[in-house]
Design a protein around this ligand. Structure first.
Ligand code: 3HC
Length: 296
């Protein structure tokens, strides 16, 4: 188990009972990572339909991992057996770590943190958000234990990308950040970096202006989307070009992240391109909706 194999001798709390709020693109990926690492995972969703969709996402990704030879069929079965789904957040009472990965809506996330504060009984539990760019301190302030709240930010696809940003707010207890960092490294086998509670943290502060710049280049008719993407793939050895990457991240997520970075920093490169807003207005959200700049 995670406890016996990975966490022994750790001076910090041993984390084995975890939960993820939301099983969308990121929530499902994070739940899969936790389950594959030996943690017991409860996934909390808003409806039975959302549960079915989340379960299907995780099963599909585990099947892909098996197909790619990253995981044995038995390991995939074992991971699935460590996952439970609920539509009642009160089921999270005994959790030691909860990672919120609900939609990027500040009011929804604040309400979730307030609920978690009520239901999670362990005073040493860590309450984390996977937000891409929203201030962690605002979620911390929705609880009576702001020192136990931080950002644990994964990258898409979570089962593949090694990076995790550990985001401390001005009130996060440094020991909480250290425990989360140890967990991410030793249990999840991922590569953590420490970021401060600024819009976009490290990666999105750099990535979102780049994606917006690429969309502006397309909008201005300076190049085709294919040529913009080929430029960065063949010219800079990126695994995918910025237009395809915006589709992968989700155009809604790109827009929310750009809005929050632009609003707080005024960085002109992060100003959301009108084309991006119109795509989101049209429900063209990228890979997850079947169509964004490209069709899937
Ligand atoms: N489980 C485990 N491993 C998997 C997997 C899965 N479900 N799916 C793929 N893999 C592995 C493959 O085995 C392969 O491993 P290998 O290199 O050792 O052979 C590797 O991942 C790549 O997979 P594929 O060759 O099948 O390529 P795909 O086309 O399926 O996927 C990609 C490619 C991983 C998406 C790659 O193009 C990539 O890394 N793109 C960039 C993504 C990126 O930049 N993400 C960050 C976005 S920013 C973000 O998320 C932050 C947010 O807040 C906005």
């Amino acid at each position: 188990t995670a406890e016996s194999e990975n966490n022994e001798g750790n001076k910090h709390m041993v984390i084995a009972r975890t939960a993820v709020i939301g099983s969308g693109l990121m929530g499902a990926g994070i739940a899969e990572v936790l389950a594959k690492s030996g943690c017991d995972v409860i996934v909390s969703e808003v409806s039975d339909d959302a549960v079915a969709a989340g379960r299907a996402r995780i099963e599909k990704s585990l099947a892909k991992a098996v197909e790619k030879g990253k995981l044995s069929a038995a390991e995939s079965e074992a991971a699935l057996a460590r996952l439970r789904f609920t539509t009642d957040i009160a089921d999270l009472a005994d959790r030691q770590l909860v990672i919120e990965a609900a939609s990027e809506n500040e009011d929804i996330k604040k309400a979730i943190f307030a609920q978690l504060d009520e239901v999670v009984t362990d005073p040493n539990a860590i309450l984390a958000s996977n937000t891409s760019s929203m201030p962690i301190i605002r979620f911390a302030q929705a609880t009576s234990r702001p020192e136990r709240v931080l950002g644990i930010h994964f990258f898409n696809p979570a089962p593949v990308q090694p990076l995790v940003e550990i985001v401390s707010s001005v009130l996060t207890d440094p020991e909480v950040a250290e425990t989360a960092t140890t967990f991410v490294t030793e249990v999840l086998g991922k590569a953590p970096v420490q970021a401060s509670d600024r819009p976009g943290f490290i990666v999105n502060a750099l990535l979102i202006p780049y994606l917006c710049s690429a969309i502006r280049m397309l909008e201005a008719g300076l190049a085709t989307k294919e040529d913009i993407d080929t430029g960065m793939v063949k010219g800079c050895a990126h695994p995918m070009g910025p237009i395809a990457l915006a589709d992968l991240v989700g155009l809604d997520t790109c827009l929310f992240a750009a809005e929050s970075i632009y609003t707080e920093t005024g960085d002109p490169a992060a100003k959301p391109p009108v084309l991006l807003s119109r795509m989101v207005d049209a429900g063209l959200l990228g890979v997850k909706s079947g169509r964004g700049f490209y069709e899937y």
